[in-house]
Design a protein around this ligand. Structure first.
Ligand SMILES: [Fe+2]
Length: 208
């Protein structure tokens, strides 16, 4: 599988295009702001957009979903059910994800990690040694936990879970705050949210 990181919009958002080279099956993670720019990347020979994968449903991560749903009539949206309260109305052709679920993309498989905290239905997508983290984790910090549906303790537990994954995993965030990509190994000493993970009071002081 190949992927492209696509910076979009005024808030340093990062959309991602993933595709299985064998079958041409493609997915966009968090399509937002500049659908034409994302679509331009779909012109890579022989790839077909089959899935939209949402890390969560804040507007800056989903505001191009309607564009793709209207244009690609076989396209499905995959998201966690607990994000639906953030939508004015549910998207058409939505399937809901659960923790540990495997998503088929052509001959490839991604695994869903339910990582609440920033929002109740935030998820990360793991493919081999790549983790697409949405607003759960950025370089040097984690997502805000003072928003509707946020939960600092849930965020602490989600980050603890990520910190226990292989240290070689590359982290691909939903915003390019402080940079575009890193590893769990690099973030353990460098990310203030990781630093205080084992102390609730310090963690809450840092993140809230
Ligand atoms: Fe967000």
């Amino acid at each position: 599988m190949k992927y492209l990181q696509i910076p979009v919009g005024p808030m340093e958002n990062l959309s991602y295009l993933l595709w299985d080279e064998g079958t041409g099956s493609a997915a966009v993670i968090d399509p937002a702001w500049q659908p034409e720019l994302i679509e331009e990347k779909l012109k890579t020979p022989n790839i077909n957009l089959d899935l939209i994968l949402l890390t969560h449903a804040h507007p800056d991560h989903i505001n191009a979903c309607s564009y793709f749903l209207e244009k690609y009539t076989n396209l499905k949206i995959l998201m966690h059910k607990e994000e639906e309260f953030l939508l004015e109305k549910p998207f058409d052709r939505t399937e809901y994800l659960r923790d540990g679920q495997e998503i088929k993309l052509g001959d490839e498989k991604l695994t869903v990690l339910h990582t609440p905290g920033h929002t109740p239905g935030s998820v990360c997508y793991l493919w081999k040694n790549l983790l697409f983290t949405g607003d759960t984790l950025f370089l040097g910090c984690c997502g805000r936990v003072d928003l509707p549906g946020s939960d600092p303790e849930a965020m602490r537990q989600s980050l603890l879970r990520i910190s226990r994954l292989s240290e070689n995993i590359e982290l691909l965030p939903g915003h390019a705050y402080n940079g575009f990509k890193t590893t769990i190994k690099a973030q353990k000493p460098a990310n203030i949210c990781f630093k205080y993970l084992n102390d609730k009071e310090d963690f809450y002081r840092v993140v809230v």
